[in-house]
Ligand binder design. Structure first.
Ligand code: AMP
Ligand code: MG
Length: 410
């Protein structure tokens, strides 16, 4: 029997065959969560004009000198400047204009007195505190100057970048787009959810789980449904989906059974390789490329836990690479094992687990359910994968183990 391939060896092969997707111009909200693929320069300065940062009175600072509660300075209010209005007239010596936050500072004024420092008068105002020059004025270009770099290529487009792009007048931005991932379940025993399974039939869980996982990883997903274990049906489905896919994920049909049609049919092509990986679950795996565009395809095993763990180990990093992300892998934490666990020698086990964090920030982990790769409910109760390395056959209670937290960001 040939040596099993390590997870790292398989990952190296997989990642070497992938490339980041070409940039695409998207509207701002569609660009959210993606990496900016251009250097965006501000066309205009921000703020775009001198404006008030407070509701108050635009004054000449010198006119407020010496103002106190006991001896307020009294100035006539010669007009109002609401936000959005042009500043029609200037402030002359000994006068002021009532001004709202965000409204343009009138000529002649060099400070704003907040309304809280006054009696809020309309015809004339009593000012209790002197304003220093420049007080409460936001100067043009103070945030960003015209021609400055607003968002650089490679920056994740989050809420602040979306806001800044809008503020500098950009409706669309070049980003690394979401890979379009097509998910196909194979198996003649499968029916879609909503249908009543007959004797020996089961509901397809994997195309839903894998579609959700792909979306979680940042992909745009198409669930292409169920294909029976028939060579021609599989090839038809794949060629029908190639056009719309940047990446294809199949489940089932990759082991050594008589009807493992994915392995049979795709091995013949010579561009998809089936290997035995030194991991549990997920030992049999296929990866390669299909069609003229050399679209990557992952052929994952059919057991739901094998499929999802294999997705986590291989497909999620692949999607992240295509998105242009620098960090392809989840971070791991070191945790104390709360229970004894055994693992097949020579294979890295990914045990479903519960990760706990105590008040001092120390982690501990315990397995959830057994190692069986059909135990989907256990996976649904887990919040982490406990990694037990190839050379470790037994973890004792109290040993340190590496754990991949699977918690969503929430
Ligand atoms: P296979 O990899 O095709 O040999 O399937 C391995 C096991 O996973 C079998 O018990 C299948 O019935 C089950 N299985 C395969 N595909 C799915 C699926 N899409 N949803 C749930 N279970 C599946
Ligand atoms: Mg099958």
């Amino acid at each position: 029997m040939t040596r099993l391939r390590t997870v790292e060896e398989q990952l190296d092969r997989v990642l070497a065959d992938l490339r980041v997707l070409d940039p695409l111009e998207l509207t701002l909200l569609d660009a959210q969560g993606l990496l900016c693929a251009e250097d965006v320069y501000a066309q205009a300065p921000l703020p775009s004009f001198d404006n008030s940062s407070m509701d108050g009175y635009a004054v000449r600072a010198a006119d407020t000198t010496g103002a106190t509660e006991a001896a307020p300075v009294v100035l006539p209010v010669i007009g109002d400047i609401p936000a959005g209005s042009p500043a029609p007239r200037g402030v002359t010596r000994g006068t002021c204009l009532r001004i709202m936050t965000g409204a343009p500072v009138p000529s002649g004024a060099d400070a704003v007195v907040p309304v809280e420092w006054t009696d809020a008068g309309a015809g004339q105002v009593r000012i209790h505190r002197p304003a220093s020059p420049e007080a409460y004025i936001r100067r043009v270009g103070e945030d960003i100057e015209a021609g400055d770099l607003a968002v650089s290529a490679g920056t994740p487009v989050g809420p602040a970048q979306v806001g800044l792009l809008a503020a500098v007048g950009r409706e669309r931005v070049l980003v690394r787009p979401r890979p379009r991932v097509v998910v196909i379940s194979t198996g003649s025993e499968l029916v879609d959810v909503g249908q009543q399974p007959g004797v020996g039939e089961i509901i397809d869980a994997n195309s839903y789980a894998l579609a959700a996982a792909a979306r979680d990883a940042g992909a745009e997903v198409h669930r292409a449904g169920i294909v029976p274990d028939e060579h021609s049906r599989l090839m038809d489905a794949l060629s029908g989906q190639l056009l719309r896919a940047d990446l294809i994920v199949t489940s089932g049909g990759v082991s050594a059974g008589a009807f493992d049609v994915v392995k049979e049919a795709l091995s013949e092509l010579g561009t998809v390789e089936f290997a035995r990986i030194a991991m549990q679950p997920g030992m049999p795996q296929g990866f390669g490329v299909l069609g003229g565009e050399r679209t990557p395809i992952f052929c994952l095993p059919g057991n739901p836990v094998s499929a999802l763990v294999s997705f986590e180990v291989f497909v999620r990093p692949a999607i992240r690479l295509m998105l242009g992300k620098r960090l392809l892998f989840r971070h791991t934490v070191s945790a104390t094992a709360r229970r004894q666990m055994s693992s097949p020698p020579g294979r890295r086990q990914y045990r479903r687990g519960l990760l706990h964090r105590d008040d001092e920030g120390r982690y501990s982990a315990e397995p959830v359910g057994g190692p069986g790769s059909h135990l989907l409910a256990s996976l649904a109760r887990a919040n982490c994968l406990i990694m037990i390395d190839e050379e470790v056959a037994e973890v004792s209670e109290g040993d340190e183990v590496a754990v991949i937290p699977l918690l969503p960001d929430a």
